[in-house]
Every structure is written in C-alpha cells, then in structure tokens.
Design a protein around this ligand. Structure first.
Ligand code: NAP
Length: 247
C-alpha cells in the first residue's frame, strides 16, 4: 500500500518513531529517519528499514530550527521526491512543577514538541499540494486530555498539537491533504523507562487493560491513518491508551 511513498518520521531513531519507520519499511516505503543527537541509532534503523524491503536515509535536523528542517526536506526531495506522509513524532520531556520551571525548560519543550511540528508541516505541504495528496500525523499524548502534575510545558505542547492538527486539516482538506493526531497512553520506551517502578505499578492499576502499550501499538494506528482505509478521517485524534482515559 505504501510502496515508494515518501515518509518523514521525526525522531525516528528510537522508541515509537523507530517502530513507525520499520512498519513503513515493511511496506516498501522510502523513509527518512530524522534524529537530533543519536546518529548511530538512526543508522541502525535505516539498515533495518532496508533489510525489510524499504528505502531509507537518516538525516540529522533539530525540528525546532526552521532552517534545519527546510534543508532536511530539500534533501529528502532530492533523494526520494516530495514527502507524502509526515509523522511529527519527535518530542522531549523536561518535567518540573510550574513554580520551579525555568523559562528555558518551558521554551525548549514547546519549541521541539510544538514548533517542530509547525516547521515540518510547513516544509512539506507545498510538495503535498502539488501532488494533491498527503497525510500529516501528529503524535500527541493522553496527558493532553487528563492533565498531569509537573508537566505543564509538555502538556501545553501536546494540547497545542491537537489544535494544530485541526487547523491543518481544515486549511488543506481541499488540497487532498489530511491531518490527524494520535494520543498514546503509556508506551514502553526510553521516555517511560525512567519512571520509578512504583509509579509504573500505580499507573498500571489505572489502565483498564492493566499494562503499558508497546511502540507497535502506535505504529499500527499511524499506518492505518496514512492508508486509503482512512480516506474519510481528518482533523481527528485517535486515542490509544489501553483504557486509561475514555474520550
Ligand atoms: P523517545 O524514546 O524519547 O524518542 C524521542 C525521539 O525524538 C528520539 O528519536 C530523539 O532523537 C527525537 N528527538 C528529540 N529531540 C529532537 C529534536 N530537537 N529534533 C529531532 N528529533 C528529536 O520518545 P517516545 O517515547 O518514542 O515518544 C515518541 C512520541 O510519542 C513523542 O511525541 C512522545 O511525546 C509521544 N508519547 C509517548 C508516550 C510514551 O509513553 N512513550 C506517551 C504519550 C506520547 P535523538 O535521540 O537523536 O535526539
């Protein structure tokens, strides 16, 4: 279904982004594995995408920097052609109670998680408009809906992505471009590894399915949203949280 489709996965070097890149690789897509600091991991993902039958390149770009994103998209266009599917997945956390939060903590999280999605969407939509085809998928979070103590920066950024998704879906629907968001619950990645064991156990008690998800749980939904089966879905948020939060 995705043979030769050009896919940009931001933060594709590990965790959920890696799983998304590999799944598109299995479908013989041409995948750009974006990363910011971890070149070796990104190269491993590229190797694995190619082993699964896809094409792949790793490109370093800090998604919060518009010039770096523009250069990345230019390189993808030279290598594979215009981007068909953008997955805005790159994100960081830098938690702190609001009263203790430093301006730099707030700004860096907002810049990577929210401005990064704006930079990437803006860089790819022209190419998509020319093709009259494209999908933008923004990875938000369940905490954008439940709130959480100590994550005001992260939650503001993830809530912003929901609004950005709606705006893009309306602005570009007539150009054949769809935009959707996914709000994952707790997924086993480096982002959740750092949580203390007792916190993880307490969280699991709140999840109807009583366990954390795995990156493939999110990747499967990304591929569905990007597929022709989802042609009539735009501007939506799909919740993938094991019953932690019922929308
Ligand atoms: P992760 O394991 O921490 O991976 C984050 C990825 O983002 C890495 O590939 C990292 O690359 C990249 N990245 C960080 N800063 C970047 C920047 N400035 N520019 C480009 N790439 C950058 O995260 P994850 O757990 O897989 O999460 C993936 C997405 O799902 C995120 O949007 C996260 O908020 C969301 N999410 C995760 C969970 C969960 O439970 N894991 C729950 C809800 C939502 P480098 O290492 O090379 O910098």
């Amino acid at each position: 279904m995705f043979k030769n489709k050009v896919v940009l996965v931001t933060g594709g070097s590990r965790g959920i982004g890696c799983s998304i890149a590999l799944k598109f690789g299995e479908q013989k897509a041409s995948v750009c594995v974006n990363f910011n600091s971890n070149k070796d991991l990104a190269k491993e993902v590229v190797g694995e995408v190619i082993a699964r039958g896809g094409k792949a390149i790793a490109i370093k770009a800090d998604v919060s920097k518009e010039n770096e994103v523009k250069e990345m998209v230019q390189r993808i266009e030279e290598e594979f052609g215009a981007v068909d599917i953008l997955v805005n997945n790159a994100a960081i956390t830098n938690d702190s109670l609001l009263l203790r939060m430093q301006e730099e903590q707030w700004t860096r999280v907002m810049d990577i998680n929210l401005k990064g999605a704006y930079c990437c969407a803006k860089a790819v939509v022209r190419g998509m408009m020319k093709k009259k085809y494209g999908h933008i998928i923004n990875i938000s979070s369940v905490v954008a809906f439940t709130g959480n103590i100590g994550q005001s920066n992260y939650i503001a950024s993830k809530s912003g992505l929901i609004g950005l998704t709606k705006a893009i879906s309306l602005e570009f629907a007539s150009r054949g471009i769809r935009a959707n968001a996914i709000a994952p619950g707790f997924i086993e990645t480096e982002m959740t590894d750092s949580l203390p064991e007792n916190v993880k156990n307490e969280m699991k008690k709140k999840i109807a399915l009583e366990c954390f998800g795995v990156p493939d749980d999110i990747a499967n939904v990304v591929l569905f949203l990007a597929s022709r089966d989802a042609d009539y879905i735009t501007g939506q948020t799909i919740h993938v949280n094991g019953g932690l939060y019922l929308h």
